[in-house]
Design a protein around this ligand. Structure first.
Ligand code: ZN
Ligand code: ZN
Length: 282
């Protein structure tokens, strides 16, 4: 069931159920996070980001490429962990032979810390997540000129004159806009602390109550709500989008449990990426 939410200035559409399929389309950035399911409305995304190689995150890649072919769209840029890039490229070339049609991509293998430009003003940085195999998260940011502190008190006219003279008044500052971290231990917020200051954070929260213990959630490389609540005060984001819920909870249960368990200050900034009614596959 397609879910659409608004988080800060971003519109996020897609489907996300732990172990079944996850694909999230952020329209304003032209990006698709993971391809566990390929829906028609996502096919136009120019930039596709794979978090890791599990089937529920990349199993529908071929369907997506097929749709793009049908729509006569160019190959997308496919950003993925460097460790899984060669076998993904080989798999696509074998499937091209099976189908007698070229499934082409522009492969962008990334390691933690690598950065790429997505357009004139948006950049992306890969960061290490903590799962059962090679995995990455992605942080989107803009570099904006900010007046250096020593010039902060100057009147506007003097700034203009000094600029004309060619004085170096500005330093580039990063504005952290959006980040995606799924299939990871919560310690990702310690290994990548700037996630806590990113405007919109999309974060997995697979398990929500005692039906799954924190230990077994950790053993699978996943976040449990108990852990997140312990760190609730650390999140300074404008919006936190929780996703990748286990199908052991119905969608209305997900909403109810989060509302009941989260402190008000967190709940007010939470965006629950799950339908409000019905069943996951209803
Ligand atoms: Zn998953
Ligand atoms: Zn996984």
């Amino acid at each position: 069931m397609l879910t659409t939410v608004k988080a800060g200035p971003y519109t996020i559409s897609g489907v996300s159920i732990a172990g079944i399929h996850t694909s999230l389309h952020v329209r304003e950035l032209g990006v698709l996070f993971d391809v566990g399911i390929a829906l028609r409305g996502m096919a136009g995304a120019e930039n596709v980001f794979l978090s890791h190689g599990h089937a529920d995150h990349m199993g529908a890649l071929v369907s997506l490429l097929g749709m793009r072919g049908l729509m006569r769209l160019p190959p997308p840029r496919l950003f993925l962990p460097v460790e899984i890039a060669p076998s993904t490229e080989q798999a696509l070339s074998l499937l091209s032979r099976v189908q007698r049609y070229e499934f082409s991509i522009r492969s962008e293998p990334l390691a933690p810390g690598d950065e790429r430009a997505l357009g004139p003003s948006v950049n992306v940085r890969a960061f290490r997540t903590h799962h059962t195999g090679p995995s990455l998260g992605y942080q989107f940011f803009q570099r904006v000129p900010k007046l250096k502190p020593e010039f902060l008190g100057l009147p506007g006219q003097e700034i203009a004159e000094r600029r004309k003279r060619g004085d170096d008044l500005f330093a580039l500052e990063e504005r952290l806009e959006l980040a995606y971290a799924t299939d990871t231990l919560l310690r990702v917020i310690d290994t990548m602390p700037s996630l806590l200051d990113t405007r919109v954070l999309i974060l997995e929260c697979s398990f929500l109550d005692e039906r799954k213990s924190v230990e077994s959630s950790r053993a699978g490389g996943h976040v449990h709500l108990d852990e997140l609540l312990e760190r609730a005060d650390d999140f300074r984001n404008e919006a936190i989008v929780l996703m990748h819920f286990s199908q052991m909870y119905t969608p209305p249960e997900v909403h109810r449990t989060l509302e009941r368990r989260c402190p008000r200050a967190l709940w007010e900034r939470l965006v629950v990426f799950a339908p409000t009614r019905g069943h996951w596959l209803g």
